[in-house]
Structures are given as C-alpha cells and as structure tokens.
Design a binder for this molecule. Structure first.
Ligand code: AMO
Length: 442
C-alpha cells in the first residue's frame, strides 16, 4: 500500500492507510498507547487500542523514532474533537507498526526551553522542534518571496562566487584559504563587486549569496558566515530608486509570510510587521536630533533600537531608513554627489531595532573610482578585474544587501541571530564548540 501524507488523511475516513513519520509524543493511557505522529505535511493522533496486534510493538516506540504505522482513519467521538486543529476530528487506529529508525532516549524534551548553547550543541535533534521548524519554514518563505519580488521587478538572478582573489569590500576582515600555485584566496565578504559587474550584462541583477566575515565580534547580531540577499540596478538618479525596490521587496516578503504563517506570529508572541504606505526616511542627523542625542558619524546599536521605537510609535512602522552617512564612514565605492559633500548616498534599513540592510548609489566613473581607491590607501592594481566594468562604460547604479538571518530573527523577534541560522558559525563554534573561553570584541 502507498504512503498517505498526514495532510491528506481527512480524505480517507473509513479507509486503511499507511502513514510514515516521526513520533512527537507518546502517551500511555491504561493499556492503550497514543502517539502524535508528524510528517512534512502535518500532525495526527494515532491510537493503539488494547486489542490491537500492534500493542506490544507500540510499547517499544521511543519519542522521535521514525515509524511506519498502518491502520484505519476514524472520526473521533464528538467529545474528543479538537476544533481548529489540523486533523483534530480524526485519528489513526493503528493495527500494524514498524520502527524504521529507533531513537535513543532524548537528553531533554524537544518542547523544553533550552539555553542557546544547549540548543546549538544538539542541532541535529533540536532543529526538529516545532520552534525551529517554524523559524526555518518562515525563512524559506522569506527567500521565496524576496526572490519572487525581485523577479517581478525585472531583476535577473545570478550566482556569486564564494572564493575570491582579494577582499571584496576593500577593508572588511576576510578568511584566508590556501589556493593553487601557492596562492592565497579569500572567502567572499560580500558579492558587492560581482553584482556591480552584472549591471553590465543585465542592468538589474540579484543574488542570494553566502558571505564570510572574520571580524572578532561575539554579539547577538554577528555571524562568521551569513546569507545575503543582494541586488544592483543601473540607470538610477539617486539612492532613492534602490530604496524603492528594496521597500517593495520587503513589503512583498512581509505580506507573503503574513498570509502563509499568521499562526507562527501568534506562537512567537509577536505581530506581523507594520509597514505604512511608505517607510519613514531620516537622515543620520535627523535621527540623532529626533533622539535628542549628540550627532555622531554612525548609529550606535542603542540608537538603532531607540529610533525604531520612535518609528513604531510616531509612524506606525517597524522599519525605518537612515540616509546621508558621512562618506568617509562608508565603503570606498559609495557615491558622493559634489553638492552633498561630505555626505554619501548610502542608506541603512533598520527593522525592529536592528540594521538588516545596507545599500547605496555607487561610484560609476572609472577615473573617480580609481582616485577614491588611492585616497583610501587601496592599490587600484589589486582591483583591476573589478575596474574593467568601469573601463567599458557603466551607468549610475546602486543596490543593497539584506541579511537573511537578521531579517528572520527580527520578523519573529528572536533575541539572537544564531537562532535564525540553521547551522551558525561564530567565533566559538563550527557545529561543535571550538573554545569555551573566546577573547572577543563585542
Ligand atoms: P554590510 O556589510 O552592511 O553591507 O552587509 C549587508 C547586510 O548583511 C548582514 N550582515 C551580517 N549578518 C550577520 N552577521 C554578520 N557578520 C553580518 N555582516 C553583514 C546585515 C547587513 O545589513 N556590500 C554592502 C551592501 C551594499 O552596499 O549593497 C555590504 O556588504 O544584515
């Protein structure tokens, strides 16, 4: 007999079926045994009655074992119906039972609240919890919606390399790897140069790329390996156009996850993010003035949190753009219009207290870009590959990069970005702990 997926069981009342899945719960009641079985499509209650030939085998089933249950789909007696719950009005009356992969006794209950290190130490198990499955189901929907939105906005997807010959950000700390011919390569800190190059062939290009950052930061918002949703577009007048594209992508993403996962927002005791008709935009100086704090060349994390509280209260928005950072604080390729000196056309997008995106209009003139590199102490010869794009004619262009893990974390108000990363790498961990006692700068 073919396997029936759990979400289809209600169509098979009164029929015999085979269900395969994992045991989420086992409850022994007198001589009967009840199970909650889950597969990718949902959960159902299974009952092994006193007279069932499967009863001896049922007593051997441990929680999280992979099982194959055969039995009859029955309507539950009215008094046992759980309204509003998937399969709340049916149950599987089990007459055959096979343990396909037996689980050892769990070190803790999967529904228990664990500290982050215990959760991370046991990921092959803890990723099975409802909480983790929710987080990464939502993350998959974010990826899907963001991609769809950019495609609808006429962007072409490309694959950016993870191995690069130099440090792609001209400054960010990179991991070095041994390469052929005694050469060193680096793990990409950003797909920045490649997305700019792709403006040549495609005009509008995007990539979902792995980035690797070697900064010694041990905070709730830093990973050594992160995922970025980057785009770049040509023929713009200012940074306002990429900001609009980004705003549309975020709006489409929030609306898609709200439609699909309203129940998750309830389970995580949070709400669907608020986005007004247009996301508020403040210059850095306006942001500091609004908070009544002294003007600084960047936003301190505490001020990011405070300005988001302001945006929520005053503008009913969980997101706020900050623009007009001093050029010297931004990456070397950031455009500065002569009429706006010393401010750049860079922007950050903050979401519920945290920067989730950075972007800008870029320099597009070859000579000006080379001059900027020299001014920043960078050797243009080392960037000759990237510079070819500008030698052969480049329009004014700009784009931005959204951190997937940060966006997921803020969507569900998770306190640490590592919880929104299926297999996080940080200073102290690549799967297992590297050290109990890191020396770090937070
Ligand atoms: P930036 O360095 O701000 O900009 O990175 C863009 C976004 O990527 C995410 N991010 C991280 N997430 C977790 N851990 C990290 N260590 C980490 N570093 C970055 C953040 C951040 O907003 N090339 C520019 C983007 C551009 O101008 O288009 C860049 O890399 O969410």
């Amino acid at each position: 007999m073919e396997r029936t997926f759990i979400s289809d069981l209600s169509k098979h009342v009164g029929e015999s079926v085979i269900v395969m899945g994992f045991v989420s719960v086992r409850r022994d009641q007198g001589k009967m045994v009840f199970f909650d079985i889950r597969d990718f499509s949902g959960t159902v209650q299974a009952v092994v009655l006193t007279k069932s030939p499967a009863l001896p085998a049922a007593k051997e089933v441990t929680v999280e074992s992979a099982v194959k249950f055969g039995g009859m789909v029955n309507k539950r007696p009215d008094k046992n119906v759980v309204a509003g719950k998937q399969n709340g009005n049916i149950e599987l009356s089990v007459d055959s039972l096979e343990i396909i992969g037996k689980s050892q006794t769990l070190p803790f209950e999967l529904s228990a609240e664990l500290n982050l290190d215990t959760h991370l130490d046991n990921l092959p198990l803890t990723l099975r919890s409802e909480r983790s499955r929710d987080i990464f189901t939502l993350q998959a929907s974010i990826l899907d919606a963001y991609r769809t939105s950019l495609k609808q906005q006429n962007f072409t997807e490309f694959i950016a390399p993870s191995l690069v010959g130099g440090d792609a950000e001209g400054g960010a700390a990179a991991f070095k790897v041994e390469y052929f011919y005694d050469q060193s390569a680096f793990l990409a800190t950003s797909p920045q140069f490649y997305k700019q190059i792709m403006v040549g062939p495609f005009e509008r290009a995007f990539t979902i790329a792995k980035i690797f950052r070697a900064e010694k930061s041990a905070t709730t918002r830093h990973l050594s390996e992160a995922t970025c949703m980057d785009f770049e577009m040509g023929f713009i007048d200012s940074e306002l156009e990429p900001m609009r594209v980004l705003e549309q992508a975020i709006r489409d993403t929030v609306s898609a996850v709200a439609d699909k996962h309203a129940d998750m927002f309830e389970r995580f005791k949070t709400t669907i993010p608020l986005i007004p008709d247009s996301i508020p935009v403040l210059t850095l100086a306006e942001a500091h003035a609004t908070l009544g704090v002294e003007s600084e060349p960047d936003m301190a994390p505490e001020h990011e949190r405070m300005i988001c509280e302001w945006a929520k209260k005053e503008k009913s928005s969980d997101l706020v753009f900050i623009t007009r950072f001093p050029t010297k604080k931004r990456a070397f390729y950031t455009y500065e219009d002569p009429s706006e000196t010393p401010f750049s056309r860079g922007f950050d997008l903050l979401f519920r207290g945290l920067e989730i995106n950075s972007g800008a209009q870029r320099m597009h003139d070859y000579d000006a870009l080379v001059a900027r590199m020299i001014e920043r102490g960078l050797d243009p010869a080392k960037f000759s590959f990237y510079l070819q794009a500008f030698k052969y004619g480049m329009p004014p262009h700009g784009g931005s990069s959204t951190g997937l893990e940060r966006m997921t974390a803020r969507m569900l108000e998770l306190p640490n970005v590592k919880e929104a990363t299926s297999f996080p790498r940080d200073m102290t961990r690549i799967d297992s702990r590297l050290s109990e006692d890191p020396s770090f700068e937070s």
